[in-house]
Design a protein around this ligand. Structure first.
Ligand code: NAD
Length: 251
């Protein structure tokens, strides 16, 4: 069954790949990100799949924007079935004791608060619509291996992603049985976050000695494959789970 899916941060990288994969499967996509031009590019790619799409650019760390975003989706599309909380930033590499308060706040606001805000407003309408629509709501949050094992020079990013894992487990407990919530932890994937450069990624994993057992750089599609399963009805008995897509960096 075709679902209405909000994908945050879908102008590039993993978010774009998720939007493409889900559109290919016939789902309708609400594209969100901060940069309108990048969302237009994703939207252009989705045209060939003949699904409904809509662009809602804006900053998911701002509650006014998120409340309005979810209200507009309800008014314009009636139902919101799935949210992929993918938008995130890594910040500049820095020791925890050297990071500025401003940088700390920005990382926490986007990665943690943003995921909470979108989940909060989306879950309210998912709960209400459940009485009218048989589809269970699904929250799928993108954390990181750094949320399971802190990465050197990425301490605050790691903490923000650990918070996303805890938040997702809390959502799963509180929102069952109407809504499931699961969290996906990517490892190293070729996206703009790593300057689309596999060698840079390999240098990085050697330097911090966090090497995937499969000894291979991942793609954005590796994450989209797993998200596609979580969106599908095949995953209906799964909630509150942390799913690593990292080639075995963490085992
Ligand atoms: N690339 C990797 O190897 C990797 C590894 C682990 C986790 N992740 C996570 O995957 C997610 C996607 O990362 P990516 O690698 O595709 O990076 P990316 O930089 O290509 O994508 C992130 C997207 O989020 C958007 N975004 C950032 N702040 C936003 C905000 N406040 N409001 C709305 N949109 C915002 C950006 O515009 C961008 O399009 C992130 O949450 C990231 O932490 C990525």
């Amino acid at each position: 069954m075709n679902k209405n899916v909000l994908v945050t941060g879908s102008g590039s990288g993993i978010g774009q790949s998720i939007a493409i994969r889900l559109a290919k499967e016939g789902h309708n996509i609400i594209l969100n990100g901060r940069t309108q031009n990048k969302l237009l590019e994703t939207n252009k790619i989705l045209e060939k799949y003949k699904v409904r799409t809509i662009i809602k650019s804006g900053d998911i760390s701002k509650s006014n924007f998120v409340e309005q975003l979810i209200a507009e989706i309800r008014d314009e599309w009636e139902y919101l079935h799935v949210v992929i909380n993918n938008a995130g930033i890594s910040g500049k590499p820095s020791h925890i004791i050297n990071i500025s308060e401003e940088e700390f706040q920005t990382i926490i606001d986007i990665n943690f608060k943003g995921t909470w805000l979108v989940s909060k407003f989306a879950a309210k309408i998912m709960k209400r619509q459940r009485k009218l629509n048989p589809l269970r709501g699904k929250l799928i949050n993108i954390s990181s291996i750094a949320g399971r094992e802190p990465m050197p020079m990425e301490g605050i990013y790691s903490a923000s992603k650990a918070a996303v894992i805890s938040l997702t487990k809390g959502l799963a407990k509180e929102l069952a049985p109407d809504i499931t919530a699961n969290v996906v932890c990517p490892g190293y994937h070729i996206t703009p976050m790593y300057q689309d450069d596999p060698q840079l990624i390999k240098n990085y994993w050697n330097s911090i000695n966090m090497i995937p057992a499969l000894n291979k750089v991942g793609t954005a599609e590796d994450v989209a494959n797993v998200v596609s399963f979580l969106v599908s009805e095949d995953s209906n008995y799964i909630t509150g789970q942390v799913i690593g897509v990292c080639g075995g960096v963490i085992i």
